[in-house]
Design a protein around this ligand. Structure first.
Ligand SMILES: [Zn+2]
Ligand SMILES: [Zn+2]
Length: 308
């Protein structure tokens, strides 16, 4: 049986799930931000301003869609560096939802890890028709093992572009594999978290394979993991068939498979590029995800395929 993360029939749509505008602390109005992303070839955005839900169709066109969303945060009262940020995007599946411009408080926690406060928040956000993403764990100064106590979030930011550009805290790969190795089933997300809109802020995105260009279809594909995350390279195919994993994408310097136990790196011959690999699994991998890294160090991440 063929196992893959991507739906069979559909087209690819590029989008950013994490951004800020003048609705919170971003430097551009929603209209300006949308224009910037449109001109960069994006197809959709999730409007995810801090603690202010967006649930509106007023910026949509037949070429560009704005999915509803928000970014929530909870904070350690004693230590301003320690925080949990959760971005959310509307699933378009239920009637019970947050309203447009609904504003939320920032809850504080007084215990060591804030589990009670943050889990209660995630539960409430999930119950209002949202897909939840644990944002920038590295910037939030989270300990990898701390994340095990946070429940029911659907994805984790494997890459946050502005956190990396501003404070070298954009890389969430270790947290992602830590959760997968502990048996948690989470998806990966690369995002911008753009506030400044300067040259280095934009560059982390997802490319979604969706049946139709509608918010419902895009959200359904994100929820099911039918997308890849990237800062540049493309992943066109990623599947396992007859115990062989196959990955195909754009020309890269290397392609990497990551397993529960170690992984496998593939290079082209001498200085040649590589865009396709296949590998016989030995049965101990538990999960497989792939990464494509181009000659400039730009990277793409698949979602995981589970072997059990
Ligand atoms: Zn944040
Ligand atoms: Zn943010």
């Amino acid at each position: 049986m063929k196992k893959t993360t991507f739906i069979t029939e559909g087209k690819w749509y590029k989008g950013n799930t994490h951004m800020h505008t003048t609705r919170s602390d971003g430097k551009r109005t929603p209209e300006e931000a949308i224009e910037i992303y449109k001109n960069l070839g994006y197809d959709f955005l999730v409007m995810s301003d801090h603690n202010l839900y967006f649930n509106n169709n007023k910026f949509d066109s037949n070429k560009f869609l704005i999915l509803s969303g928000i970014e929530f945060n909870t904070n350690d009262r004693q230590n301003p560096h320690r925080t949990h940020h959760i971005t959310a995007l509307k699933k378009y599946t239920e009637k019970d939802e947050f309203t447009d411009d609904q504003r939320f408080e920032w809850p504080f926690w007084d215990d060591e890890f804030g589990y009670q406060v943050t889990n209660k928040l995630i539960e409430n956000v999930n119950a209002h028709d949202n897909f939840t993403i644990l944002a920038h764990p590295n910037w939030s100064c989270s300990y990898p093992e701390e994340l095990l106590g946070l429940q029911n979030f659907n994805a984790i930011e494997v890459w946050n572009n502005e956190c990396e550009a501003v404070s070298t805290t954009g890389n969430g790969e270790y947290y992602y594999d830590y959760l997968l190795k502990k048996g948690r089933r989470v998806l990966a997300i690369a995002s911008d978290d753009v506030h400044s809109y300067n040259d280095r802020a934009i560059g982390g995105y997802i490319v979604v394979k969706a049946a139709q260009f509608t918010k419902e279809s895009l959200a359904a594909s994100i929820i099911s993991g039918s997308y890849y995350s990237s800062t540049g390279p493309e992943i066109h195919q990623f599947y396992i068939e007859d115990n062989v994993v196959h990955a195909k994408g754009s020309d890269c310097e290397s392609i990497r498979l990551v397993f529960h136990y170690r992984g496998k790196t593939f290079y082209g011959n001498k200085n040649e590029s590589i865009n396709e690999i296949s590998y016989n699994l030995n049965g101990n991998e538990r999960y497989v995800r792939c990464e494509f890294i181009d000659h400039h160090g730009k990277k793409a991440w698949s979602n995981p395929i589970y072997l059990d």
